[in-house]
Structure formats: C-alpha cells, structure tokens
Design a protein around this ligand. Structure first.
Ligand code: TGC
Ligand code: FAD
Length: 396
C-alpha cells in the first residue's frame, strides 16, 4: 500500500470523525451556536460563575430567541421546528461553555414550552409560545418540592376547585429560572390526580426566593416557588395532561438535551487537558509525554467519543419516532457519568491551575454534580434501565 492511500490519522478533537455523520444543516446549526457561544458567552462565563448568577437573563433570553434556540425542535408558534439531532447539537455547543447556560435553554424550550406545546389548549399556545420562542417571555417548570424529588408522585402542592376557578397552595423547590420567569408550569395534585397549570408569576399569592450559596451550576438562577392561595381561572389548567405521565414525558425532552449537552462539557474538558498536557513541561518535557498522562487522555478521548456516539444514536432514534424513555435514561446515565470521568481526569492534568476559573475544568466538574442529580438522579436512571431489561420495577 502506498503512503498516499493510507487512511488519514484520527483528528484528536474528533477521533471517530463523528462530525461527518451530521447533515449539512446539523453542522451549520452547531457552527452558528458555537460562534455565538465563543463571542457572547465564553468571555463572561467565569465571571457569571463567580458571581453565582446570570446577570441579565432577559437580554440572554432575547439573544437565544434571535438565534432561534428556544423551543427550536417544536413546530409552529414561532419555533424553528428543527430535527432532534440539530437540537442536541445546539445543547452540546451551549454546554461546552457551561451546564447552567444549557439549563437556561433546556428549561425554557424542553420543559416549559414543550409542556404548553404538548398539553396546552390552542389559546394557551397562542398566548405563551411565540413570546417564549422569541425570548420576550421566560418560563419555568415546577415539579420538585422540598420533600418530593425523585418521587414526584408524593407532591403536596394541591389545586382545588372553587366554583370554576382553581386555587393552588404549595411550595416548589430548586426551580431553574423560577424568580425571573413570566409563567410557571406548576404540577399539582387534584382530586383527579396530578394536573398541570400555567401560573402567571404576577398572580397574587405567588412569590419566589432565590437559592443562594450553590457550589454547582452557579451560572444559573435557582429558586423556590411559593403558592399561597393562588387563584386561577379554569383556562389556566393544561387540558391535555392527566396524571404523572404528563410531567414525566416533558422530562424526557429535557433529559434528551442533557445527554447531548454533557458531550460538550466533556469535550471542553478534554480539549483543555490536551492543550495543557502538550504545553506544560515538568522534568524537562511536556507532561503529555508521560505514560500516565497519556493513559488519562486515552480514557478521555474514548469517553468523549462514546458519549457522542450514544447521543447521535439516540437522536437518530428520536427523529425516527423510535426513542423510548428507557433509551433516554440510558443516554442520561451513561453520558453524564462519562462527562464526570473526563472532567475529573482533566482537572488532575491541570494540576493547581485546574482548581481556578482560568480553566473550565473544575467549573464543569462541579456543574456535573447538578447534572447528575436533576432530571432524574443516576440511581433513578439505573433503576429505569434495570426495569427495562428485567421487566421488574425496583422503585418501591
Ligand atoms: P410510574 O408509575 O412509573 O409512572 C407514572 C406514569 O408515567 C409513565 N412514565 C413515563 N412517561 C413518560 N416518560 C417517562 N420518562 C416516564 N416514566 C414513567 C408511566 O408509564 C406511568 O404511566 P401510566 O399510564 O401507567 O400511568 O411512576 P413512579 O411514581 O413510580 O415514578 C417513576 C420515576 C421514578 C421514574 C419517576 O418518578 C421519575 O422519573 N423520577 C425522577 C424525577 C425527576 O426527574 N425530576 C426532575 C424534575 S425537573 C428538573 O429537574 C429540571 S432540571 C433543569 C434543567 O433541565 O436544566
Ligand atoms: P432525593 O430524591 O431526596 O434523592 C436523594 C438520594 O436518594 C439520591 O442519591 C437519589 O438517587 C437517592 N434515591 C431516591 N430514591 C431512590 C430509590 N428508589 N432507589 C435508590 N436511590 C434512591 N426540579 C424542577 O422541578 N424544576 C427545575 O427547574 C429544577 N432545577 C434544578 C436545578 C438545580 C441546580 C438542582 C440541583 C435541582 C433542580 N431540580 C429541579 C430538582 C431536581 O430535579 C431534584 O433535585 C432531583 O429530582 C432529585 O431530587 P432530590 O434532590 O429531592 O433528591
């Protein structure tokens, strides 16, 4: 075989050449989001993380709206209607910057907007979705409560009928974008089981408290929602959602975004570690020349590419209409764990520099603690896969 006919050596930044598996449109969307992230997000992210917030969430929401990212995989109502893979690629590029940024977009598009799109009346869709797609309006999704996390069926928030009105009492906890939202999708027990409600955040009796002192997902706004006798007209109920399956099916959408997003976080950590390992010298040579560093880099490149393959396969299943929620559990569990391993190894390669905000590695590693917890903990997704393969539920 002549030298010229040898296959090209793998690209260290795309070892399995997965980018070539994407369509032109998917690549173009990824490039556009990556360009925006480089220009508008990366220069500020360390400061936002240090400050423990997103300082101008409305400006950011409008910028995401202009880019067409909010509810981008939904059809109509000002949404872009892209493929699931294209949406995944966008999440990947956002989370390459920070999980908090991807969360901002996930909660708006995959949780709040997806709930309205899937379960709302035509009037509700018309009222909320175009403004949410453009970023003029912000939504949040209130399922978790102080005493109901993994087991949302135990929620205590109640909605009771009073004439034709609904009156809601309860507390939701850990709600992303809760205190900057215009509308909260609130899930509550009724005498007919769990139902969803669209609560304008200006409603009397609705208040929020920001959760401070987070050590993870600091570039995000996390809040408690307090509903004290919030009175809503009958039309505030989401007519299409009945039972716990309503909120759980919205979670599938956001979990799908996460299984792509964490590929970006892992890639960013690996990339930073590769740069560092090839330039930082100790004992008179680059630390990337030591066998133990190379073993770490090899494990990292395998994890990044395995996670990318998993995301792409699940994305293609989703676009074909064949993605079961157990597939999503597989992707969420496997890819978050892969990203955690990569971030941890990357932090060690950076030595002392790895504990600073000058490099993204510890920030990603700390964020991934949240990502492994929200949208179903690692244990919950392991049980979901266990149930899929044995046919036996071990939840209770
Ligand atoms: P179970 O009896 O198993 O299920 C009740 C009904 O729901 C159906 N179902 C699902 N449907 C669609 N998608 C899923 N993923 C579903 N999982 C279950 C199920 O078939 C059943 O339907 P039906 O017709 O038979 O009534 O319910 P369970 O109470 O035993 O709980 C199951 C379990 C543990 C899997 C579920 O409760 C769960 O997923 N717990 C984790 C809770 C969670 O993930 N919370 C996330 C809150 S939101 C959030 O974290 C946002 S983070 C912000 C960001 O994304 O950035
Ligand atoms: P718990 O459910 O109390 O779990 C504690 C531990 O017990 C975990 O390790 C868990 O895996 C384990 N465990 C529980 N049950 C079992 C079991 N059957 N078998 C084995 N182990 C089990 N929620 C929203 O509704 N909307 C949001 O926008 C939102 N945003 C969030 C943002 C952040 C930054 C964070 C940290 C959380 C957010 N959440 C949100 C909440 C999140 O979904 C919950 O934290 C998550 O579902 C876990 O619930 P919990 O924290 O109450 O933990």
């Amino acid at each position: 075989m002549s030298q010229d006919s040898r296959p090209a050596a793998p690209d260290p930044r795309d070892f399995l050449g997965l980018e070539s598996e994407l369509s032109e449109e998917e690549r173009a969307i990824g490039d556009a989001v990556a360009d925006f992230a480089k220009r508008e997000l990366e220069p500020h992210i360390a400061q936002w993380y240090e400050e423990g917030t997103i300082p101008e969430p409305r400006t950011l929401a409008r910028a995401f709206g202009d880019l067409g990212l909010l509810g981008m995989h939904l059809e109509g109502y000002g949404c872009a209607g892209t493929s699931a893979v294209a949406y995944g690629i966008a999440c990947r590029e956002l989370e390459a910057v920070d999980s908090g940024i991807r969360s901002f977009v996930s909660v708006q598009g995959s949780l709040a907007m997806a709930a309205i799109h899937k379960y709302g009346s035509e009037e509700q869709r018309q009222q909320w979705l175009p403004g949410m797609a453009s970023g003029e309006l912000i939504g949040c999704f209130g399922l978790t409560e102080p005493d109901s996390g993994s087991d949302p069926g135990s929620m205590r928030t109640r909605a009771r009928r009073d004439g034709t009105d609904w009156v809601i009492d309860g507390t939701k906890m850990w709600i992303t974008n809760g205190s900057v939202a215009d509308v909260a999708v609130v899930w509550a027990q009724t005498e007919d089981g769990v139902r969803g409600f669209l609560v304008p955040t200006t409603s009397p009796g609705f208040t929020t408290n920001v959760v401070h002192s987070k050590l993870s997902l600091r570039a995000s706004i996390t809040s408690e929602l307090v509903l004290d006798g919030v009175r809503l007209p009958a039309e505030a109920q989401l007519p299409g959602a009945a039972g716990l399956g309503g909120p759980l099916s919205c979670l599938n959408e956001a979990r799908y975004g996460i299984l792509w997003g964490v590929v970006g976080a892992a890639r960013s950590c690996y990339s930073s570690a590769l740069d560092y390992a090839t330039t930082r010298e100790q004992f008179g040579r680059p630390i990337g020349g030591f066998q133990m560093t190379q073993a770490k880099l090899a494990d990292m490149v395998i994890d990044v590419n395995h996670a990318g393959l998993t995301a792409l396969r699940i994305g293609r299943l989703k676009d074909a209409g064949s993605c079961h929620h157990h597939h999503v559990s597989f992707g969420k569990l496997a890819n978050v764990a892969a990203a955690q391993r990569v971030a941890s190894a990357a932090r060690s390669i950076h030595g002392a520099n790895g504990i600073t905000l000058e490099y993204p590695v510890l920030r990603h590693l700390l964020n991934l603690e949240t990502v492994a917890t929200y949208e179903g903990t690692a244990e919950i997704h392991a049980l979901s896969i266990g149930q899929a393969v044995t046919g036996i539920s071990a939840f209770r």
